[in-house]
Design a protein around this ligand. Structure first.
Ligand code: F6P
Length: 322
């Protein structure tokens, strides 16, 4: 009997924990006697036919490394039918019994398209934005949060030494999760997020009042979808004359060694994905739900739209004065 084969790829924006997930997929596959094929550069490599067979040596010393050794890409061709058909044909040519897709919402859309073309696919939610529904946490979010709070801790030292206001811009696309959670975890004064309207005049009035009360430095976190850090800093300077500095955290947030949480999540997601494929399941996404791993139909995931920020989190931030 032919040995079973599965493929794995990382797609879209990279995040910490992708390597640990590929390692888990490879180890779980090999433990079941399954050959694992690593597709290089996400859907781009799938369409162009770039892949390599992965063994234990391929994933040794990978657990703790950020980024993705398989590399990733944002592939426009995978958004149209011709590209999707090519990708499915190449997978059939490789003789794989299933595919694990590690990525964000666009990547999961591609996974669903392949499932519709007869390839069994299991998706693993990986995006620092934490905007994927049906999982409490996506891979990479916790590490990104740790990166942000490390940066803010450093900024607070210098802000307090100089009576300065810092405007810190986080990633998150149209989702304010990183900004609000990092504000709670770092003690920032404001979290400006796309989900909640804000008025810069009110912020300036509050900053002035805080200053008069003796609190002369502050951190204003702004999610990239809620405004530009430099423009906010300029408005504060123009309105109340405060010396203001800007830090755009950018892609720094996506890199670095994964946190313990992301490493263990990677292990659980990777193994669950392989288990599902070996049970002849497909068209699903693994997710974390109240500390358990749960499978949800990709169709539901895609049609649910963006995962909203939990109202409890917003209330918590408000109670803490953010
Ligand atoms: O989706 C992850 C993310 O890091 C977003 O937070 C950000 O808006 C985007 O990707 C940046 O994309 P790129 O790496 O293509 O510049």
């Amino acid at each position: 009997m032919n040995r079973k084969r599965i493929a794995v790829l990382t797609s879209g924006g990279d995040c910490s924990g992708m390597n640990a997930t590929v390692r888990a997929v490879v180890r779980a596959g090999l433990a079941e006697g399954v050959e694992v094929v690593g597709i290089l550069k996400g859907y781009r490599g799938l369409i162009d036919g770039h892949y390599e067979i992965l063994g234990t040596r391929s994933v040794s010393n990978m657990l703790q490394r950020g980024g993705t050794f398989l590399q990733s890409a944002r592939c426009r061709q995978m958004m149209d039918e011709a590209g999707q058909h090519l990708a499915a044909e190449n997978l059939r040519g490789l003789g794989v019994d299933g595919l694990v897709v590690i990525g964000g919402d666009g990547s999961l859309r591609g996974a669903l398209a392949l499932q519709h073309l007869g390839i069994r696919v299991i998706g693993i939610p990986a995006s620092i934005d934490n905007d994927i529904p049906f999982t409490d946490m996506s891979l990479g979010v916790d590490t990104a949060l740790n990166n942000i709070i490390h940066a803010v801790d450093c900024l607070k030292d210098t802000a307090s030494s100089h009576d300065r206001t810092f405007v810190v811009e986080t990633m998150g696309r149209n989702c304010g999760y990183l900004a609000v959670m990092a504000s709670i975890a770092s003690g920032a004064e404001y979290a400006l997020i796309p989900e909640v309207p804000y008025a810069i005049d009110d912020i300036c009035k509050n900053l002035r009042r805080r200053f008069e009360e003796g609190r002369s430095n502050s951190i204003i976190m702004v999610a990239e979808g809620a405004g530009k850090a430099q423009e906010i800093a300029d408005s504060i300077k123009d309105s109340i004359g405060f010396e203001t500095r800007v830090m755009i955290l950018g892609h720094y947030q996506r890199g670095g060694s994964p946190s313990a949480f992301d490493r263990t999540l990677a292990a659980r997601f990777g193994v669950a994905a392989v288990d599902a494929l070996l049970a002849n399941d497909g068209g699903k996404m693994v997710g974390l739900s109240y500390a358990s791993i749960k499978l949800t139909n990709l169709e539901q995931v895609i049609h649910a739209g963006r995962r909203p920020i939990d109202a409890v989190v917003l209330k918590l931030a408000a109670t803490l004065g953010i």
